[in-house]
Design a protein around this ligand. Structure first.
Ligand SMILES: Nc1ncnc2c1ncn2[C@@H]1O[C@H](COP(=O)(O)OP(=O)(O)OP(=O)(O)O)[C@@H](O)[C@H]1O
Ligand SMILES: [Mg+2]
Length: 224
């Protein structure tokens, strides 16, 4: 599903180029789930952004869902962002001017994959029925993240990318949101790449890798 080879990415800074990814190799099979760990600043979000098509690598290859992201033009990348992935962030990133119902349907409509039956099922499973008419600022953190899960999954993306999706939630809410995310991803057959700082969260996924010194290393218990 996801094949990353020799990926490099640096950022320009006033002090010169900051090398962040320096030869990342990674494989993730279809339907698999992978936790990406590593110290703050090790480049986890950077790697996720490259896979999401939000930014471009300096060199190296990313094949995702049979497509060569590194060779895509802007239009194809935009299409990948719309249809190929579901993105979940730590900060929820809901659209403040849209109701819960419209936030949910937003990306699926953009992707041309608005499916009212699937959306109704997501609403049911995520327990959002009573708050569909509310706006994000009227929701708790856990509610906002459940909406963000629904939004990410509504277009049935083959690949779900989550950057510390439970990092802003208290422990009980985080457990509940994580369980929902894993159940929904598994049920939809999607592949999951999740950044997390929590070994407990990582242990719920099939594999763990660690980003260190610009490269990916096997995590505890991970067979490369
Ligand atoms: N747009 C940018 N311009 C310059 N430097 C950047 C940019 N984005 C990230 N960096 C730097 O690249 C490095 C990796 O950042 P990144 O956000 O990928 O780390 P991370 O592993 O996600 O960290 P955290 O766990 O704190 O979220 C950091 O040193 C960061 O300061
Ligand atoms: Mg990060």
């Amino acid at each position: 599903m996801l094949r990353i080879h020799d990926l490099h990415k640096s950022y320009p800074t006033p002090q010169g180029l900051l090398p962040v990814l320096q030869g990342v190799d990674l494989r993730l099979e279809r339907g698999g789930s992978l936790a990406l760990m590593g110290e703050s600043g090790s480049g986890k979000s950077t790697l996720l952004h490259l896979v999401a098509g939000l930014d471009r690598a300096d060199r190296g290859h990313i094949h995702a869902d049979g497509r060569a992201l590194h060779a895509m033009g802007e239009r194809q990348l935009a299409q990948w962002r719309r249809c190929g992935i579901g993105l979940i962030f730590q900060q929820f990133n809901l659209v403040g001017s849209l109701t819960v119902a419209d936030n949910l349907a937003f990306q699926a409509r953009l992707a041309g994959r608005h499916d009212p039956r699937w959306e109704a099922e997501l609403v049911e499973r995520l327990g959002l029925g009573a708050i569909l008419g509310r706006y994000p600022e009227q929701l708790s953190g856990g509610q906002q993240q459940r909406v963000a899960l629904g939004r990410a999954l509504a277009s049935r993306p083959p690949l779900v990318l989550a950057d510390e999706p439970t990092g802003n939630l208290d422990e009980a809410t985080a457990d509940q949101v994580l369980a929902l995310l894993l159940a929904l991803v598994e049920g939809s057959g999607a592949t999951l790449l999740m950044v997390t700082h929590s070994p407990q969260v990582a242990a719920r996924l099939q594999r763990t890798v660690v980003l260190r010194a610009g490269r990916v290393h096997p995590g505890p218990g991970d067979v490369p």
